[in-house]
Write a protein that binds this ligand. Structure first.
Ligand code: SF4
Ligand code: SF4
Length: 168
């Protein structure tokens, strides 16, 4: 339930950047049911995935107004590993602009002690952001995982490995 009082309004960016399995809609392509900037043509009958989705900006007022996805071009979600930032591929450098980049670095720093990561996704490419640098991970497939090398709580390297190899 959304208790923040915020509403999507003119934002429809999740209907572009998120994949919707039920519709076989890939990430980073507008949903055929979306009227960008207006809303969903099949709102009453939209898939369960869409009904249950809320980005972090929508539900968490701690995220300031400038993060609204329609303005920032960034859709934030949480995962078991931390924060995922999906950047509108039409504005691939949006996350590098200020104040976004500095705030992402601050969150990465405070996440270190909690073992939480900040990952930016632009198209198919992923970048792990830390307080001091960024690790371009390239295209990370659904069966692949990010492997971090730590010195204490600080990330000093990041690579990608197949999940099945990590389980062995
Ligand atoms: S990205 Fe967030 S604010 Fe924008 S339409 Fe989706 S849920 Fe609403
Ligand atoms: S069905 Fe509607 S809510 Fe779901 S992605 Fe498409 S336009 Fe967005």
């Amino acid at each position: 339930m959304n208790t923040s009082g915020r509403q999507c309004g003119d934002c429809t960016l999740c209907c572009k950047v998120m994949a919707i399995e039920e519709l076989a809609k890939p990430a980073n392509a507008w949903c055929p049911h979306c009227r960008p900037g207006h809303g969903c043509r099949i709102y009453a009958d939209r898939p369960a995935e869409c009904r249950s989705f809320s980005c972090v900006w929508l539900v968490n007022e701690l995220l300031e107004e400038h993060w609204k996805p329609s303005k920032s071009k960034l859709v934030l979600t949480t995962s078991e590993d931390g924060l995922e930032v999906r950047c509108d591929p039409g504005f691939p450098d949006a996350w590098r602009k200020e104040p976004f980049r500095s705030e992402l670095q601050e969150w990465a720093l405070s996440g270190e002690t909690l073992d939480m990561t900040v990952v930016v996704i632009v198209g198919q490419r992923m970048t792990l952001v830390t307080a001091e640098r960024e690790f371009d991970l390239g295209i990370v497939g659904p069966d692949e995982r990010i492997v971090r090398e730590l010195e204490g709580t600080k990330v000093v390297n990041a690579t990608v490995a197949r999940a099945s190899d990590l389980e062995q």
